[in-house]
Design a binder for this molecule. Structure first.
Ligand code: SAM
Length: 324
């Protein structure tokens, strides 16, 4: 009997769709190497949720909206809500699927607005979204006419959420592969590579930046978003333990040091286009993500500090070009 806790090749092909048809053999090899990582005890439950999504033809689809949305006729709202709730917690969004508003933990639209006016026009570009979660940014880029957007993110719940929203939004130019960047074959170069909220989770930031560069064509654009510290010098914070209650946070550089990392990794034309503190208005618990969120990670007496005494989260959006 098939192991029901393993993701099937058919499910992955479904999420890849036509946009990357030529790359399927290379992707199948990458997935074959990652078979064990594609198991999860909750996968049968998530599969049931996807199978329970009611069928409906969308009257109107808006991908490039603050809540990417599908207007659905005659949908069983209770069944739809129950199926989508079965894929909680929803961290990235918001989404509007028929009558259901998915109010996710993150207001990802706020991040989108901090970068959308600065990045190269996505129209006609091949874009790689590294660690793109459930695909919020990928679908917005698809809505701006990207030729093809590939989201690589190893978290299987986010893959299941991507499949659920694609069930209704049906963006033929957006695809997802449930693998980490390191498992992606370095083949077809991309015009744009995005890495948002990933660098500080990596133990080796220079390796990550070099890998991002390897996926870009010469002159292609890197869109990097990461946690930084407000310091005029070449400094880096390496938290001793947790940072804002997150395990797995390694390097928070100052902007000047981040610029040096980028230049040493083979990028030039480095531009900081936004620096913003993350506030509980942008990241908060909702009924779609009912667990503790940013507010519980900030010092109640001094919200400029985390509960561990570090500077509170400050995020920068940096653009750069692949040199040579
Ligand atoms: C903080 S979230 C950021 C999500 C989204 N990019 C955003 O900016 O809102 C980090 C994401 O990176 C993914 N991730 C972690 N390691 C990764 C890797 N090696 N390759 C690709 N994605 C990774 C996680 O599964 C998670 O979805």
């Amino acid at each position: 009997m098939a192991d029901t806790r393993e993701l099937t090749g058919a499910e992955v092909l479904d999420a890849i769709g036509p946009a990357f048809a030529a790359d399927v053999p290379a992707f199948e090899t990458a997935l074959a190497h990652r078979r064990t990582a594609l198991r999860h005890g909750d996968l049968p439950r998530w599969r049931e949720a996807i199978a329970a999504l009611p069928r409906a033809d969308a009257d109107r689809i808006e991908l490039d909206a603050d809540a990417p949305s599908a207007t659905l006729d005659d949908i069983d709202a209770a069944a739809l809500t129950a199926a989508l709730r079965g894929l909680s917690p929803w961290r990235k969004g918001p989404w509007r699927i028929g009558p259901v508003e998915i109010d996710s933990e993150w207001r990802s639209d706020l991040k989108w607005h901090r970068l959308a006016a600065h990045i190269a026009d996505p129209a006609g570009r091949r874009v790689l979204d590294v660690g793109g979660g459930n695909g919020y940014f990928s679908l917005r880029l698809a809505g701006r006419g990207a030729a093809a957007v590939l989201n690589v993110d190893p978290t299987l719940l986010f893959f299941c959420q991507f499949r659920a929203v694609q069930h209704y939004l049906a963006a033929a130019n957006a695809a997802m592969l449930p693998v980490p960047l390191e498992a992606l074959p370095v083949a077809q170069p991309f015009d744009t590579v995005m890495s948002m909220g990933v660098l500080y989770h990596r133990r080796s930031p220079i390796h990550h930046l070099s890998r991002l560069r390897a996926q870009l064509r010469p002159g292609g654009e890197l869109v990097l978003e990461t946690l930084v510290i407000d310091d005029p010098d070449d400094r880096v914070l390496v938290p001793e333990g947790r940072y804002a209650r997150m395990r797995n946070v390694w390097f928070l550089p100052s902007l000047t040091l981040l610029g040096t990392w980028l230049e040493r990794s083979g990028f030039d034309n480095v531009r900081v286009v936004d620096v913003s503190p993350t506030t509980p208005a942008e990241q908060r618990a909702t009924e779609w993500m009912p667990f503790e969120s940013l507010a519980a990670a900030l010092d109640p007496g001094d919200p400029t500090r985390t509960v561990e005494g570090h500077p509170a989260p400050l995020r920068a959006v940096v653009l750069a070009e692949r040199r040579g």
